[in-house]
Design a protein around this ligand. Structure first.
Ligand code: HEC
Ligand code: HEC
Length: 231
């Protein structure tokens, strides 16, 4: 897992110019950081109080699993939450520059998170893989979601598209609702697709996603695994 620790290129899209004029293009700045894992671990202590030392979140989906997520996805979410573009009043104060530092600190904590193995038994939906509901969800997922999130739900680091496998079912369900209603701003194509599907169809898709297997090499060996940096 330590092999993932290399220079982290961060794309920072300054939306301010975009918001002030609908005609101006966003300014994209590419920065590159040498991650400092020790500093990442130090900052992660703040995050661990909600996301747990293992980064596994919790089964009721109040806190998402963040272990194993793509680095570019993590950094984009942190920047979006920091700026308020993605509304998250619970976490907002903990991700501010005055609390944890600037871009270097974000890069450090993101790289630290990416060394954590994923939850071995995340929360699944109600319909298992022998059911008709599961099969319909599979067809709908492949038709509407796989082109961006991948056929296995693996996402894509290059395009900052989240990995979906391994995420707790109630969390994904809640995010889809927020995205469909426009309360969470995302990629406009992704939002349009969510709006074009019925709540029932989305429910079946989210159920299917929860059964996508987490590759063994990305999973912790058992529920007893603990992040010894914090115990
Ligand atoms: C006080 C609790 C709390 C703290 C502390 C906290 N978070 Fe969060 N975080 C949340 C909640 C709640 C959500 C989900 C919000 C929602 O439902 O949209 C979240 C969402 C996220 C997400 C988005 C995940 C996704 O897949 O959409 C990331 C990434 C994240 N947190 C990383 C961090 C990091 C890194 C830190 C430490 C710097 C941190 N969080 C500290 C509560 C917290
Ligand atoms: C055009 C590409 C595209 C398509 C098609 C697409 N998505 Fe997404 N999706 C994204 C991107 C990019 C994000 C990250 C958005 C952001 O926060 O800016 C995302 C975010 C998400 C999230 C939030 C994940 C998290 O960790 O917070 C979920 C859940 C999701 N998509 C599910 C779906 C489902 C289900 C479908 C099919 C109905 C779908 N997506 C179709 C590109 C896409």
């Amino acid at each position: 897992m330590v092999s993932k620790v290399h220079r982290l290129a961060v794309l920072i899209i300054l939306l301010s110019s975009f918001l002030s004029s609908a005609f101006a293009d966003p300014v994209i700045i590419k920065l590159s950081f040498e991650p400092d894992l020790k500093n990442g671990q130090r900052i992660y202590e703040i995050c661990a109080s909600c996301h747990l030392p293992e980064g596994w979140g919790n089964n009721d989906g109040a806190y998402p699993q963040i272990a194993g997520q793509h680095q570019n996805v993590l950094i984009q979410q942190l920047l979006d939450i920091r700026s308020g573009r993605r509304e998250n009043p619970t976490m907002y104060p903990f991700v501010q520059e005055r609390t944890i530092g600037g871009y270097q600190s974000l890069a450090d904590v993101v790289v630290y998170i990416s060394t954590l193995p994923m939850h071995p038994q995340h929360k699944k939906g109600p319909w298992n893989d022998f059911s008709d509901e599961y099969k319909t969800g599979e067809l709908l997922y492949k038709k509407h979601c796989a082109s961006c999130h991948g056929t296995q739900g693996e996402g894509n680091n290059e395009t900052s598209t989240p990995k979906l496998y391994g995420q707790h079912y109630p969390y994904v369900k809640r995010q889809i609702k927020l995205i469909k209603s426009g309360l969470r701003t995302v990629n406009p194509v992704m939002q349009a697709i969510a709006q074009q599907l019925s709540d029932e169809q989305l429910g079946l898709i989210v159920n299917y996603i929860s059964y996508l297997p987490v590759p063994e090499e990305e999973r912790a060996p058992s529920m007893n695994w603990r992040n010894t940096d914090f115990y």
